[in-house]
Design a protein around this ligand. Structure first.
Ligand code: HPA
Length: 270
């Protein structure tokens, strides 16, 4: 593991002179942020040693190095999901590499189903905490003390200052936002009505199939995290509604300009 991280990081350093401090994971339908990046180098995942290759429709796989709002960044265009069959360690390997190449702050976006009664499709939710309902954890197995502690604290998984900044930025831009707890499930099935009710009962505001493994690994290695969800569907409210991948993508695409504006302005002020 340590050797692989080092080899991958060395490879990346040989391909770009950009030394990013910020790592951004572009989630479902949020690829539009790519158009805002002044791209200096881009490396297909398939060229990167030890990187998994993304399989999901609509997820292109490459690492993008460049500038966004004047800051040096690396963006993952396409991420690795547990439901694709990767182990948790494989799915979060890029986050290990982020740390090695000097990333201090990770920004993550995703699409999520909303369970909070006040949410509407298209809302943006800043994640302030999470519940890991996936059947695993990326830190299971041998702990490498060089990477982080055996029993990492998770009392502040989502950086309070970044959350405040996000709220200030959204207010300044006149974009209404929500905040709440993100529950992570393995997928690939969407939730049954009973599962939605269960998740609402245990205190989740939104549910999705990503992000939490990445956040766990980022916090293990003491990177700061800011994460946000686009609410793409509403589960288990008054009536039973079907959810499709297409409507998730459509809602995410519609919310994309708001999301992009917030992230750009946040980076400018960081
Ligand atoms: N459930 C799980 N994952 C999701 C959902 C959902 O309703 N919407 C988008 N990703």
């Amino acid at each position: 593991m340590l050797n692989n991280i080092q080899e991958t990081a060395d490879f990346i350093r040989s391909k770009t002179n950009v030394k990013p401090q910020f790592g951004i994971i572009l989630g479902t339908g949020l690829g539009g942020l790519v158009n805002e990046i002044e791209i200096i180098n881009s490396i297909p995942y398939s060229d990167i040693p030890h990187f998994p290759v993304s399989t999901v429709k609509g997820h292109q796989g490459r690492l993008i190095f460049g500038k966004l709002s004047g800051k040096d960044i690396v963006a993952m265009q396409g991420r690795f999901h547990f439901y694709e069959g990767y182990t948790m360690q494989e799915a979060t390997f890029p986050i290990r590499v982020f740390k090695n190449i000097g990333i201090q702050t990770m920004v993550v976006s995703n699409a999520a189903g909303g369970m909070n009664k006040n949410f509407k499709v298209g809302d943006i939710m800043f994640i302030n905490d999470h519940i890991n309902l996936m059947p695993s954890n990326p830190l299971i197995g041998k702990n490498y003390d060089e990477l982080g502690p055996r029993f990492p604290d998770m009392s502040v998984a989502y950086d309070a200052q970044l959350l405040e900044l996000a709220k200030t930025v959204a207010r300044d831009l006149g974009i209404p936002t929500q905040q709440g707890v993100y529950a992570a499930v393995s997928g690939p099935t969407f939730e049954t009505p009973a599962e939605y009710r269960y998740m609402r009962t245990i205190g989740a505001d939104a549910v999705g199939m990503s992000t939490v493994p990445e956040v766990i690994v980022a916090r293990h290695s003491e990177m700061k995290v800011f994460a946000l969800s686009v609410i793409t569907d509403l589960g288990g409210m008054e009536e039973t509604v079907a959810v499709s991948h297409e409507e998730v993508i459509e809602a995410a695409n519609n919310a994309e300009p708001k999301m992009t504006a917030i992230l750009k302005e946040m980076l400018k002020r960081m």
